[in-house]
Design a protein around this ligand. Structure first.
Ligand code: RM4
Ligand code: NI
Length: 289
């Protein structure tokens, strides 16, 4: 059994969903998983990052995300130093503004883990020294707010966290490495889906955004995300529909139409399959809480 680190032991008692741990250096820790996510910035030294059966060498400037329940460990450490930003994924589920419009955002948080394991970790975010310095300065701002915990700290810490993520996503998008470029092309197709989910979308268009043939695109997308482009789109639509059902007094077919479904029966079936309740039941349950 892999040891699982729990939120209650690593986050402040007030429940704020971001916490910072500096490892200067990282001490041997052992294989473990978490019920939260970690955004890790390697700031110095060397080591090996191990997750599952894969491992890859670390150097200053490497940045990666470890999602919940993914076991990992650091080995062969030589003065390995890192900053670990612990966060609950819900921070990125609520209000992300236009972060999902950045391909680097999807590459860092959604695609990379799946893609990495299939491509021996060749695609990843690596910051140049000045970029790393800027990222660390943003972390320091979050940290200062978390240390002081003055009124308003939550808003300011989240604001700096978003700035950090936006900055990292932009750095990712600028990468010239060929493996990373191909990952980013899939991320661009996702960005397109995310911003036009309510419109008719065809595969040819997506494949051309990714600069791939339709067949290669289908295969690469499915490998990177674990689902087909169509299933991804349907999930996206259903997610947006759920938000509308919670917030707006629209009738079901209007909701279906707004998120891009032409047929409201089809919408209801897909909704039930993904959310485990019909749109009507879902709305009733969310009103009563
Ligand atoms: C450890 C190591 C782990 C992290 C915990 C919180 O020193 O960095 O990856 O999960 O701290
Ligand atoms: Ni960890």
């Amino acid at each position: 059994m892999v040891r699982v680190l729990r939120k209650q032991d690593w986050f402040h008692a007030d429940g704020f969903p971001i916490s910072i741990e500096r490892r200067d250096p990282q001490e041997p820790f052992g294989l473990h998983a978490h019920d939260f996510s970690e955004l890790v910035l390697i700031t110095g030294g060397r080591g090996l990052h191990v997750t599952g059966r894969e491992s890859w060498p670390l150097a200053a400037g490497d940045v990666f995300v470890i999602g919940p329940s993914r076991p990992h460990d650091y080995r062969n450490m030589a003065d390995l130093r890192l900053i670990n930003i612990l966060f609950e994924p819900r921070v990125l589920e609520r209000q992300t503004w236009d972060l999902p419009a950045l391909p680097g955002y999807h590459a860092l948080f959604n695609l990379e883990p799946a893609w990495r394991s299939r491509h021996q970790f060749r695609s990843r975010l690596h910051l140049q020294a000045p970029e790393l310095a800027r990222a660390v300065a943003l972390v320091d701002m979050i940290d200062e707010e978390l240390q002081r915990r003055d009124p308003g700290f939550a808003a300011l810490a989240v604001a700096s966290f978003m700035q950090l993520i936006g900055y990292l996503a932009r750095c990712y998008s600028r990468s010239r490495d060929p493996d990373t470029r191909s990952l980013l092309r899939i991320a661009e197709a996702i960005t397109h889906l995310e911003s036009r989910y309510d419109q008719p979308i065809n595969l040819d268009e997506l494949a051309s955004i990714a600069h791939m043939s339709k067949r290669t695109f289908m295969r690469a997308f499915t490998r990177a995300t674990g689902t087909t482009p169509i299933a991804y789109l349907i999930q996206l639509r259903v997610r947006h529909a759920a938000a509308l059902l919670r917030r707006e007094p629209l009738n079901i077919s209007e909701v279906a139409y707004r998120v891009g479904f032409e047929d409201s029966n089809y919408f209801s079936r897909q909704f039930r399959q993904i959310m485990g309740a019909s749109p009507r039941e879902y709305r009733r349950a969310s009103v009563s809480v």
